[in-house]
Design a protein around this ligand. Structure first.
Ligand SMILES: NC(=O)c1ccc[n+]([C@@H]2O[C@H](COP(=O)([O-])OP(=O)(O)OC[C@H]3O[C@@H](n4cnc5c(N)ncnc54)[C@H](OP(=O)(O)O)[C@@H]3O)[C@@H](O)[C@H]2O)c1
Length: 338
C-alpha cells in the first residue's frame, strides 16, 4: 500500500516522505480500514521537526493521528464493528474511559505507533468509533485529536454551562472546535486571531467578540473590558509560554485555564499570583478518551454541527498540505483525501 512516513532523523516537513508498505492484515481483535480522509494537526509539524515529546524520530513511522475510513474486514473475535461501517481511529490506543492511563502511551502517528496517512490501517476494535451519519469522511477525519481535545476541555473537565464565557486563542483546529462546541452549549465566545478576515469568519460561526492579538497586544485587557472586568470562565490555552501569563489575567474568578498547547513555546515566566488571587485553576488536557469521543459524536450529530474544513488536498499533494498548515493560513482544519 501507499503511505507517507516520518523518516528517522526528520527535522522538518521534508522528512515526511512517500513510501510503500505491505498491505496490513487484521489480527483477531482488529478491524481493517480503507482510509478515505486524514487531517493535519500542529502536532504533526512538531513530530516532523523532531520537536515533539519523543524528540527526533529514530524509526520510520506512518504520519498523522487523525483519519476516517471504511471497514473492509474484521478479525474473528471482533464484535463492535462489521464490514461497511464508517469509522475513525482514536488518538490514543487503549484509553476507553476515566482518567488517562499511566505508563507508556501509544498515540497514532508518533513512534513507535504508525499513524493513518496510508491507504489501509488496522485498529484494535477497542480503539475506533463510528462516524456520525451526518458527517462525510473529510469532516470526520478532523475529529480524533482537535475536536476531542476541545470537548474534553470544555465539556468533560470544564463542565461548561449556558451563559458562561469561553476565550479561545487563535483560529486553528482546536480553537475553532472550541468555538463550535461552546456555541452549541449556549456559551458566549471571545476569540483572538492575527487576521481580521479570520475573525470575520469566527463571527459568522457565532463568536460574539473578536480581538486581533497583533493589533491589540494587550488582548487580555480587552477581554476584561468586554466582560465588565470579570474575564472568561474557561480559557482554551493553546499558546503556551508566550500567552499563559495573559490567559491568567483574562480568566474569571473561579475560572479554569485549560493547558493545551505550546504554539509560542514551552518556557516562560507566568506569574502564579493571578491564579491564587482569583481562585482560578489550571487543568492539563491531553486529547481524550474514547468515551469523550463518543459523547462528542452524539452532540455533533444531534446538533447537526459540521467541522470547519478550510481546504482539502489530495494524497499526492501531502507536502502542499503540510506547507499550507505550516504557513498558518488555515482557519479550522486542513484535510488530505485518500
Ligand atoms: N494537549 C492536547 O491534547 C492537544 C491537542 C491538540 C492540539 N494541541 C496543541 O494545541 C496547539 C494548537 O493546535 P492546533 O492543531 O489547533 O493548531 P493549528 O490548527 O495549527 O492552529 C494554529 C493557530 O494558532 C494561532 N496562534 C499562533 N500563535 C498564536 C498566539 N501567539 N496567540 C494566539 N493564537 C496563536 C494562529 O491563529 P491565527 O491564524 O488566527 O492567528 C494559528 O493559525 C498546538 O500547540 C498543539 O500542539 C494540544
Amino acid at each position: 500500500m501507499r503511505a507517507y512516513e516520518i523518516t528517522a532523523g526528520s527535522h522538518g516537513i521534508e522528512g515526511i516522505r512517500p513510501t510503500t508498505r505491505p498491505d496490513p492484515t487484521p489480527g483477531p481483535h482488529d478491524i481493517l480500514v480503507r482510509m478515505r480522509a486524514t487531517s493535519l494537526n500542529y502536532r504533526d509539524l512538531m513530530i516532523a521537526a523532531g520537536q515533539y515529546m519523543g524528540g527526533v524520530a529514530t524509526q520510520n513511522t506512518i504520519a498523522l493521528s487523525d483519519g476516517a475510513g471504511e471497514v473492509t474486514a474484521v478479525g474473528s473475535q471482533v464484535t463492535r464493528f462489521a464490514a461497511g461501517d464508517r469509522v475513525m481511529g482514536t488518538f490514543f490506543r487503549d484509553w476507553v474511559s476515566g482518567t488517562i492511563p499511566t505508563g507508556p502511551r501509544a498515540a497514532l502517528g508518533a513512534q513507535p505507533t504508525d499513524g493513518v496517512l496510508s491507504e489501509w490501517s488496522t485498529f484494535h476494535e477497542r480503539d475506533a468509533v463510528k462516524v456520525p451519519d451526518t458527517l462525510s469522511f473529510e469532516a470526520a477525519a478532523t475529529l480524533p485529536c482537535a475536536a476531542v481535545t476541545a470537548w474534553h476541555a470544555l465539556m468533560s473537565v470544564g463542565q461548561l454551562q449556558a451563559g458562561q464565557t469561553v476565550l479561545a486563542l487563535g483560529t486553528g483546529g482546536v480553537s475553532i472546535f472550541a468555538l463550535q462546541i461552546a456555541r452549541m452549549a449556549g456559551a458566549r465566545v471571545i476569540i483572538t486571531s492575527s487576521s481580521d478576515s479570520k475573525l470575520e469568519r469566527a463571527r459568522a460561526l457565532g463568536a460574539s467578540d473578536t480581538i486581533n492579538y497583533r493589533s491589540t497586544p494587550d488582548w487580555e485587557q480587552e477581554v476584561l473590558k468586554r466582560t465588565q472586568g470579570r474575564g472568561a470562565d474557561i480559557v482554551v490555552e493553546v499558546g503556551g509560554a508566550g500567552t499563559l501569563g495573559k490567559s491568567l489575567q483574562a480568566v474569571a474568578p473561579g475560572g479554569k485555564v485549560m493547558i493545551i498547547g505550546v504554539l509560542t513555546g514551552r518556557v516562560g515566566d507566568a506569574n502564579p499570583y493571578a491564579i491564587l488571587s482569583k481562585y482560578a485553576s489550571l487543568h492539563g488536557i491531553f486529547v481524550g478518551s474514547r468515551t469523550m469521543f463518543e459523547d462528542l459524536n452524539k452532540a455533533l450529530e444531534i446538533n447537526r454541527i459540521t467541522p470547519v474544513v478550510d481546504r482539502v488536498f489530495s494524497f499526492d499533494e501531502t507536502h502542499e498540505a503540510l506547507k499550507y498548515m505550516q504557513r498558518g493560513d488555515h482557519f479550522g482544519k486542513v484535510v488530505i483525501r485518500l
